[in-house]
Design a protein around this ligand. Structure first.
Ligand SMILES: Nc1ncnc2c1ncn2[C@@H]1O[C@H](COP(=O)(O)OP(=O)(O)O)[C@@H](O)[C@H]1O
Ligand SMILES: [Mg+2]
Length: 317
């Protein structure tokens, strides 16, 4: 097909995920054009020609079209094959279903796949671009700290309803929006589902492609399972939610968040614990980012290859 995608590649739009989306909830865009623009940015080694809505630790969020974005296109790490991408798509749908079952409404999201180089596939999760004023951090920034704020109550309830041995949730405020006053979850690119033995169903290897080859085994065994597994524990998720407010420059909200979280967890969390956790978490992510930068240097300067990710510049943590 001219646009490089095939009908089989379209694993799902939100409607098939059974979460009650209406057709047309996610505007259709030409993802091959998005991917071509991303490839150009990768070859140049900087994202200045793109409208970036977010650089997560994992996905790259491209606003499209560049000048006046209507869609947030979240690019996942390249998959080695169409089967691997389709498999991810099924877990994505299962995760949206799991969230819906537990009362969390995701932003209408579609999973789409385009052809990459060789047999690789590049998958995108697409969503309509939300009004910046509706995003969690913006809402807290214009409100007085309050443990009963509707956004905060909604988030804490969601954590209680979703987190468990087989399901994780990343509850940081930047992953939520209030659309017409209704809570919506937007960070659906990592389907955090676990099998009965507690192993992540996702192939964590996908995310390791961004790290130096020599360290992937180590990170895959000792870092990644622990990082992703922690999202199942409501208490850890609560500490992470509170700690992340430091990165968001919303520290004045920490006591309210702690109060709201402590209504729902058995062992209370403290501000001291939150700050200690944040410092060690920030160190971990800073180290991981340095490793990715080192790998980028190696790939470009020594191997003379295009490094397949865009990395954020300095992050104030
Ligand atoms: N649909 C959207 N509309 C507007 N901004 C978005 C949208 N989705 C994501 N973003 C922005 O990009 C950031 C990262 O997106 P997210 O889905 O949380 O990915 P990550 O896994 O990288 O954290 C969000 O915190 C938000 O600021
Ligand atoms: Mg996020």
């Amino acid at each position: 097909m001219a646009d490089g995608s095939t009908p089989e590649d379209d694993v799902s739009d939100g409607r098939e995920a059974g979460v009650g989306f209406r057709p047309g909830d996610v505007p259709i865009i030409d993802l091959d054009a998005v991917e071509a623009a991303v490839q150009q940015a990768l070859e140049r080694g900087d994202g200045s020609g793109l409208t970036l809505l977010g650089y997560g630790e994992i996905s790259l969020v491209v606003g499209w079209p560049t000048g006046a974005p209507v869609v947030a296109a979240k690019r996942l790490p390249p998959f080695p094959s169409a089967d691997a991408a389709a498999d991810y798509g099924r877990r994505f749908v299962a995760y949206l279903d799991r969230l819906a079952e537990r009362g969390v409404v995701p932003v209408a999201s579609a999973f789409r796949v385009v052809v990459g180089t060789g047999s690789t596939r590049v998958a995108y999760v697409t969503q309509a671009v939300l009004d910046p004023d509706d995003l969690g951090p913006a809402i807290l920034r214009r409100s007085a700290p309050d443990p009963d704020h509707p956004l905060l109550r909604g988030i804490v309830d969601a954590v209680g309803a979703v987190c468990g041995p087989r399901t994780g949730l990343d509850a940081q405020v930047s992953n939520w929006a209030l659309v017409d006053g209704q809570l919506r979850y937007l960070d659906v690119t990592t389907p955090m589902l676990f099998d009965p033995s507690g192993r992540a169903e996702l192939d964590l290897g996908l995310f390791l492609a961004a790290y130096p080859w020599a360290l992937r085994g180590l990170i895959g065994r000792f870092v990644a399972p622990d990082v992703i597994g922690a999202y199942r524990d409501p208490r850890r998720v609560g500490v992470d939610l509170a700690g992340n407010l430091l990165k968001e420059r919303l520290a004045e909200w920490i006591p309210s968040v702690i109060e709201a979280v402590n209504r729902t967890v058995e062992a209370e969390i403290t501000e001291d614990e939150v700050r200690r956790y944040y410092r060690s978490d920030a160190r971990l992510w800073e180290l991981m980012l340095r490793l990715r930068r080192a790998d980028r240097w190696w790939q470009r300067r020594i191997r003379r290859r295009t490094y397949p990710f865009l990395l954020p510049g300095h992050i104030e943590r």
